[in-house]
Design a protein around this ligand. Structure first.
Ligand code: SF4
Length: 442
């Protein structure tokens, strides 16, 4: 007679950025290794983890609401993530939560789950798939190379929440990357708070991978990842001079010709108030040099409008800079004060209606830039990666090397024949809109 072993089930609500998503994946992998199953709903879960975001006040509000909902729907709630630093606030509003832990405190989260819903041993089943558990689709995965940040941007509380930069040694990062590639991942998205600062805290420690020495630094990481033969996309890079050395690897096709650089602004006075490097003229020249070496380079960036003290002059400086540099992909946020951020002390807050107006003006300029850039792609033949197939509409949703998942545009292929998520296929671009492309199989 066989004995049916019912595993305990854990639900997870993951809020916030891709970095928080990676934390959720790690927590789930550990729980799975102890025999837990994952529940997709509140009813089926023996306990629920809420991985919170505490970056903006609106995100905190959303986190508190999510905790409230999990308590009402399930009752056994463990809170983790960035907002865990505000344990008093959480406990005041939701006294029934079982435990509150901060970001990356995986062990504490796991032991809180063990306490709330003790695991059931099942020695017959290997519970951890080879690649660990990922909340992102099978064909792409985020690769977190460090935690924390040594910068002190005045609008940001991440260094306060997550501490100074702590890099993972390159051999460990590469072991994870190789594991993911072997498990079928076709695209790795390298993330951290400041990818270009990778390894500074470890004094660029040398480690061995596949019998060869690599330093724990951005360039060597790009070289090593380039050996895996899959798409590698770099996020949160700052335009420091040493980034120049990575561009030839992009031109050679070792890593994707894509850089996500959060510029935030261009006006020197705003950048100074943000406590960010204010040398945008040098940056213009640097970008021009990069494009000479790698003409296919796609630049993505984020900007903040309405930062305290931003004048109309500062704002038009930013628009002119954008028209000159022509960033390919752009996200824009209206400034929002974050509790505990030094920027809250800066005078001359920009009224909401002006923030709104500037946001629209900036997006209008960007729309024209994007439209112009995408129009030039019509007729080109390129490789795209398939994300999803819509059989009803006969459309395949894919992305080019210029599009990061979730934040950039798409390439819609007018065919759904034999494609599957993760396939890399050749298409010819037939039409372009402001942000997306339409293609036929080639
Ligand atoms: S670089 Fe600036 S904005 Fe980014 S995490 Fe560090 S302090 Fe925050």
């Amino acid at each position: 007679m066989t004995q049916q072993i019912e595993s305990k089930k854990v639900g997870i609500v993951s809020l916030g950025c891709p970095k928080a998503l990676v934390d959720s994946e790690r927590i789930l992998t550990r729980l799975r290794s102890q025999g837990y199953d994952i529940s997709a709903n509140y009813e089926g879960a023996d306990a629920v983890i809420v991985n919170t975001c505490g970056f903006l006040d609106s995100a905190k509000e959303e986190s508190l609401e999510a905790i409230g909902e999990a308590l009402t729907e399930n009752g056994k709630v463990i809170v983790t993530g960035c907002m865990g630093k505000d344990a008093d606030l959480i406990k005041k509003q939701h006294p029934d939560v079982l435990a509150v832990t901060g970001p990356h405190q995986y062990e504490q989260v796991v032991s809180a789950v063990n306490k709330a819903a003790p695991p059931v041993a099942n020695p017959f089943v290997d519970l951890v798939p080879e690649q660990g558990l990922r909340l992102t689709p099978r064909h792409y995965a985020y690769l977190k190379i460090s935690e924390g940040c040594n910068n002190r941007c005045s609008f940001c509380i991440i260094p306060h929440l997550r501490g100074d930069l702590v890099s993972r040694p390159i051999n460990m990062v590469m072991a994870e990357a190789e594991h993911l590639a072997k498990a079928g991942v076709k695209e790795l998205l390298v993330i951290s708070q400041d990818t270009s600062a990778y390894g500074v805290d470890l004094k660029y420690q040398t480690k061995s991978w596949r019998g060869q020495d690599y330093e724990t630094r951005f360039l060597d990481l790009a070289k090593a990842l380039g050996e895996l033969g899959i798409w590698v996309r770099m996020h949160y890079v700052y335009p420091y001079p040493h980034v120049d050395n990575v561009i030839p690897l992009m031109a050679e096709g070792k890593i994707l010709p894509y850089l996500d650089i959060p510029f935030q602004h261009a006006s020197p006075s705003v950048l100074k108030a943000m406590k960010r490097p204010a040398n945008q003229e040098k940056v213009v020249n640097r970008i021009a040099k990069w494009r000479d070496i790698c003409p296919d380079l796609t630049l993505r960036s984020t900007f903040i409008v309405g930062f305290p003290g931003e004048t109309e002059e500062d704002f038009t400086y930013l628009l002119d800079w954008l028209k000159e540099v022509k960033i390919d992909r752009l996200g824009c946020f209206k400034y929002e004060p974050v509790s505990g951020a030094p920027a809250n002390e800066i005078e001359n807050a920009v009224p909401e209606d002006i923030k709104e107006e500037r946001w629209h003006r900036l997006m209008q300029v960007q729309q024209e830039i994007s439209e112009e850039k995408l129009a030039k792609k019509v007729g080109q033949v390129m490789d795209v990666i398939v994300d999803d197939v819509d059989y009803e509409e006969n459309i395949t949703i894919a992305r080019s090397k210029a599009d990061a998942p979730e934040i950039d545009g798409n390439v819609f292929i007018r065919d759904e024949s034999d494609y599957e998520a993760g396939d890399i296929v050749k298409v010819q671009i037939k039409e372009a809109s402001e942000y997306d492309l339409i293609a036929d199989p080639y």
